[in-house]
Write a protein that binds this ligand. Structure first.
Ligand code: NAP
Length: 253
């Protein structure tokens, strides 16, 4: 479906973790509004190709960039590929993320390091790689996908909460560094969204989650994509360093 407004026409967005879930919805939303898409994913090649087919069907250009962003060499390699293919980058969405929920006393160092590497270090390295190109063009919109767990962690989420809390602090720090060159940096903090990531907690913790939600339902990935699209768009001229909670009121409970 094409959007009424093609506000991203002529722009290029890099979306990390775009083969499934929220990243997939963000890539499709931006493409429907006129954006060409560089789509990163880790291993789900078939799913990524299906997203690419949908984007091409919308009349947009799309390139796939496979790579595990938790490997510190990958963010720069992905960005080099994007610059080579498209020559510009207007929008960066740091969406790739993982959980390894476990009480801290039972967490391995690997659980801690992988969660921090994917959810926090990878977005930092991706911004570091992409910012010079945005700085030269004096335009950019960066949206980092955080989580309500950063401000209201559940049991067993210490590694994830620490990573996403760090990502929110990083978002603010980048807003300070980049605003003078026309680059706005924000975060979106989803609550419980209907994706594979939440299969287990939705099936085992439904009663507890529904008790904490003011809006008594899970959201679909498209709801998060709507929020991201606004912050990433040229319509956003004055919001930076903000964390937009899209969580059905979860954080209030
Ligand atoms: P998902 O359904 O598990 O999908 C994760 C996506 O990220 C997949 O495309 C996956 O690629 C990719 N990915 C994971 N690790 C990667 C890596 N190291 N390098 C490159 N790509 C990687 O997750 P989701 O629910 O859509 O979550 C997306 C973001 O929203 C994450 O940052 C998550 O923390 C955040 N979030 C989600 C919820 C929720 O309720 N779902 C709530 C709060 C925040 P492959 O398919 O190739 O594995």
């Amino acid at each position: 479906m094409r959007e009424d407004t093609m506000e991203f026409e002529g722009q290029v967005a890099l979306v990390t973790g775009g083969s499934r879930g929220i990243g997939r919805a963000i890539a499709l939303k931006l493409a429907a509004a006129g954006c060409d898409i560089a789509l990163n994913y880790r291993s789900a090649t078939r799913e990524a190709e299906q997203v690419a087919e949908r984007i091409a069907g919308l009349g947009r250009r799309v390139e796939l960039f496979q790579g595990d962003v938790s490997d510190p060499d990958v963010p720069q390699a992905v960005f080099t590929g994007v610059r080579g293919s498209f020559g510009r980058l207007d929008v960066l969405v740091n969406n790739a993320g993982i959980t390894r929920d476990e009480l801290l006393v039972n967490q391995s160092l690997k659980d801690i390091e992988e969660v921090l590497a994917t959810n926090l270090v990878a977005p930092m390295l991706t911004v570091q790689a992409a910012a010079p190109l945005m700085l030269r063009r004096r335009y950019g919109r960066i949206v980092n996908i955080s989580s309500s767990a950063a401000s209201k962690p559940g049991r067993g989420q210490s590694n994830y909460a620490a990573a996403k809390g760090g990502l929110e602090a990083f978002t603010k720090a980048m807003a300070v560094e980049l605003a003078s060159r026309g680059i706005l940096v924000n975060a979106v903090a989803p609550g419980v969204i209907n994706t594979e990531m939440t299969d287990t907690i939705r099936s085992h913790g439904e009663e507890e989650i529904m008790r904490r939600l003011l809006v008594k339902s899970y959201a679909e990935p498209e709801t998060i994509a709507d929020a991201v699209a606004y912050l990433a768009s040229p319509r956003n001229t004055y919001t930076t360093g903000e964390v937009l909670h899209v969580d059905g009121g979860l954080k209030m409970a």
